[in-house]
Design a protein around this ligand. Structure first.
Ligand code: GLN
Length: 442
């Protein structure tokens, strides 16, 4: 589906793949130069913004999130807000209150999460770029499951102004596309200092021209618990990289093992405070019984508005911050986070990048996801959370296909502010490996 040709058929495409929560009604591109979509946790003036949650239904933001504003300034037309796990809480986009995006390679399978709708749009619509957001892997995971490139720049490279917070110390907007050139083209557009977000103000210039990855470290710990299909595709990809002259060395990074529990403590701690603002007063739904006492009113709105996973995370995150428990959980997790950052820094003293599979398995069927416990869900993120805890930039490249033809992804991580290495890697890899496109039929 050519980008522009997709416009008149957007509703039809969406009824099959459910990538959009909201869509433009426009049938042509008008004066715009290109089309893009954005995850529904980025505010947009012309489209309702719900962050995948019923509690925000009816929220029409009065300003654009900076990455969206910057894309529009560059001539982009926002064609849709993409379906996602509620507030970003998930790995399969099945925790969405609206639509659950369908994998373009097999509609019985997940697009990954939480930016599943963005990956789906990137895979289905030709010539498309979508803005996703990663807190713990939500760009790399769906990119891996849908066979697209996905880049997340360093924490602070892209402003979070207008981003509906999940975990403020972790949230990072990024880009997904099947065309690696789009990463080079649009990363500078969404990046840059923004006085509305202080964490964006100390970044060095983004220069995407220089430098290539010459040596790669593969942590041995990252290959444990990975499915045979993924291991095979990953090992084949290592051979291709070696053949291109890149040095590959296996290293020990035992700290990676602790990243997943630490991430879920920190992310839920931050999430539980962020969600306190949704009480049916300022944003979204205000349909509770106002004659009730205010705490009964809040309880009614929050009980009806939040999904199961959001409630679980409020409980978990409130517990880990409670007096008497916070030293044991929250403070400990912060120490682990430092340990993970130091582990990466040690590797980056000798190597340009850390390389692992992105996900331990290929996209599961919805029927199998239903059987997973919350802990099994969280464990699926063990390869993507370490880089997100450390705020380092990372890239998913499609690197193979399993026996059912489902995509496998590998994830490059580089040192802070070295997005240039990743953008060059994506383009080089695209020449070395034949990326398959999903066959899209309506
Ligand atoms: N799957 C992870 C979580 O549920 C990461 C999600 C994200 O990056 N938003 O927290």
């Amino acid at each position: 589906m050519i980008g522009e040709e997709a416009l008149p058929r957007l509703k039809e495409i969406n009824s099959k793949y459910q990538m959009f929560r909201a869509m433009t009604d426009d049938k042509d591109i008008g004066d715009s130069k290109f089309l893009f979509s954005a995850k529904d946790n980025l505010t947009s003036m012309d489209m309702e913004t719900c962050s995948g949650s019923k509690i925000l239904e009816g929220y029409h933001p009065v300003f654009d999130a900076t990455p969206i504003a910057n894309m529009r300034k560059a001539g982009g037309k926002l064609i849709g807000k993409t379906n996602m796990d509620e507030f970003g809480f998930g790995t399969f986009s099945t925790n969405s209150a609206f639509g659950i995006p369908r994998n373009p390679f097999d509609t019985n399978r997940s697009c990954g999460g939480s930016s599943g709708g963005s990956a789906c749009a990137a895979a289905v619509i030709e010539d498309h770029v979508s803005i996703g957001v990663s807190t713990g892997g939500s760009v790399a995971c769906p990119a891996s499951f849908c066979g697209t490139y996905g880049i997340v720049p360093t924490y602070g490279r892209v402003s979070r102004y207008g981003l509906i917070d999940y975990g403020n110390s972790l949230d990072k907007p990024g880009l997904l596309s099947v065309d690696p050139k789009k990463l080079r083209e649009y990363l500078p557009v969404i990046s840059g200092k923004d006085p509305h977000d202080a964490t964006s103000m100390c970044q060095p210039d983004l220069d995407l021209n220089s430098d290539r990855i010459k040596s790669v470290a593969v942590p041995k710990q990252a290959l444990e618990g990975v499915s045979d299909d993924v291991t095979k595709a990953f090992n084949d990809a290592l051979e291709i990289l070696k053949g291109s002259g890149i040095d590959i060395e296996y290293v020990d990074m035992p700290e990676l093992k602790y990243a997943m529990p630490a991430y879920y403590i920190l992310a839920t701690s931050e999430a539980s405070t962020n969600l306190a603002r949704y009480v049916g007063m300022r944003y979204g739904r205000q349909d509770g019984d106002m004659s009730k006492r205010f705490d009964d009113y809040f309880t009614e709105v929050r009980t009806g508005g939040f999904g199961v996973e959001a409630k679980r995370r409020i409980l978990l995150g409130t517990y880990t911050r409670m007096e008497g428990f916070r030293d044991r959980y929250y403070a400990k997790a912060l120490q682990v986070r430092l340990g993970v950052i130091e582990a990466y820094k040690k590797v980056f003293a000798n190597h340009d990048a850390v390389l692992t599979p992105t996900m331990p398995f290929t996209s599961p069927k919805f029927s199998d996801i239903d059987k997973m416990t919350p802990v099994q869900n969280y464990q699926a993120d063990f390869l993507t959370v370490p880089t997100n805890l450390s705020g380092t930039p990372h890239l998913n490249c499609p690197c193979g296909y399993d026996a059912d033809g489902m995509p496998v992804g590998m994830q490059f991580v580089t040192d802070h502010w070295k997005e240039n290495l990743l953008v060059n890697m994506a383009e080089d890899w695209d020449r070395m490996f034949e990326v398959r496109r999903a066959e899209v039929s309506l």
